[in-house]
Design a binder for this molecule. Structure first.
Ligand SMILES: [Zn+2]
Length: 339
């Protein structure tokens, strides 16, 4: 059954409604899109974070017809000194630094000549091993039902792969959110137990695995003038769960590794999971970044701190109607402008 939101997307995503909302957005805000990974259409992967190449191309076609796609620097400058331009601005960002950013995204960026920012979390590049959340997602890419029982860790039971598509993702997401809430040491134990209990590696779908970029991929990204490279920490733990000194070490380490690999100054940061507080804002500012992005799902307005820039997440299961609405701030944005 369609949920009520899906039913609303269709009439609200009509060009007439969107046109007037875009006009409003042009004078007041910037749309910052947050993606994670792109994959070829035939990749058989069950993960909201992995968007199909053809969907991304369709989204970019729509975006370039209605928005000026600009770099973060350009958007910051425009918000600081508005010009009264008629077209709204959009910024495209990717988090984590997965392999598809080099294999699929980079050729698209070079062909379409659109500015994109990729925020790279560096430990997975150094270790050549995905973070815990992608290890969990990868382990679940099998064609059998997986029963995950984390009762021992104070978490529930999860039945993965009983359905396919967005319904299955909801169950995977429920598992990831429960694991995320544990402190890093307890989570490592729970993830290890879970990985030991799932079907063996040979049963995983080969074209359904999320892999980190290699150093050579990061260097390839940096040769493209349309690419801005940002940092996404070294450890990718929620920085708010760490001590100030541990958070600072993770943020500094990723900045210096990326500067070493790319020969560029790394000036922009994305909080892991978009999670931040006063301590983490202080750490990021002190380390020399000029901006930081979150996952607060709304348009970016001039009054927002440059260290708490909101972004709208785009995922594999979002319909094109939902994508169009997200560009103007989503359903909540529409309620706000109607009020
Ligand atoms: Zn991330």
């Amino acid at each position: 059954m369609m949920d009520w939101k899906q039913l609303l997307y269709v009439p609200l995503s009509h060009d007439f409604v969107l046109g007037s909302l875009r006009e409003q957005a042009a004078s007041t805000g910037v749309t910052v899109l947050a993606y994670h990974e792109l994959a070829q259409d035939d990749a058989d992967v069950e993960a909201w974070t992995v968007v199909r190449k053809s969907d991304f191309l369709r989204q970019m076609d729509y975006l370039s017809r209605h928005y000026d796609i600009v770099t973060l620097d350009r958007a910051i400058a425009r918000l600081e000194a508005p010009t009264g331009a008629s077209r709204p601005l959009a910024v495209i960002t990717f988090d984590d630094g997965d392999r598809g950013n080099a294999d699929v995204l980079l050729p698209i960026v070079e062909e379409l000549r659109i500015p994109v920012t990729v925020y790279i979390a560096t430990r997975q590049v150094v270790d050549r091993n995905p973070y815990w959340f992608d290890q969990v997602i990868n382990a679940l890419q099998v064609d059998t039902v997986v029963d995950v029982d984390l009762g021992k860790y104070g978490l529930g039971r999860y039945q993965i792969n009983r359905a396919r598509g967005s319904k299955n993702w909801l169950e995977i997401e429920r598992l990831l959110e429960a694991l995320k809430a544990l402190d890093p040491a307890a989570r490592a134990q729970a993830v290890e137990a879970m990985l030991a209990a799932v079907p063996p590696m040979e049963q995983r779908r080969k074209n359904g695995q999320i892999e980190p970029m290699r150093v050579a991929d990061v260097k390839a990204l940096a040769t493209c003038s349309w690419m801005t490279i940002g940092s996404h920490s070294h450890c990718h733990n929620l920085l708010t769960q760490l001590s100030a000194s541990a958070a600072e070490e993770s943020v500094k380490n990723s900045k210096s590794l990326l500067e070493q690999w790319t020969g560029r100054t790394i000036e922009h940061f994305a909080y892991p999971n978009g999670t931040y507080d006063n301590m983490t804002v202080g750490v990021v500012r002190k380390t020399g970044f000029r901006s930081a992005v979150t996952f607060e799902s709304r348009l970016w307005r001039r009054v927002d701190s440059l260290y708490c820039i909101p972004r709208v997440g785009i995922g594999r299961y979002d319909s094109f109607e939902k994508f169009k609405l997200n560009l103007v701030g989503g359903l909540r944005g529409i309620w706000r402008s109607a009020a």
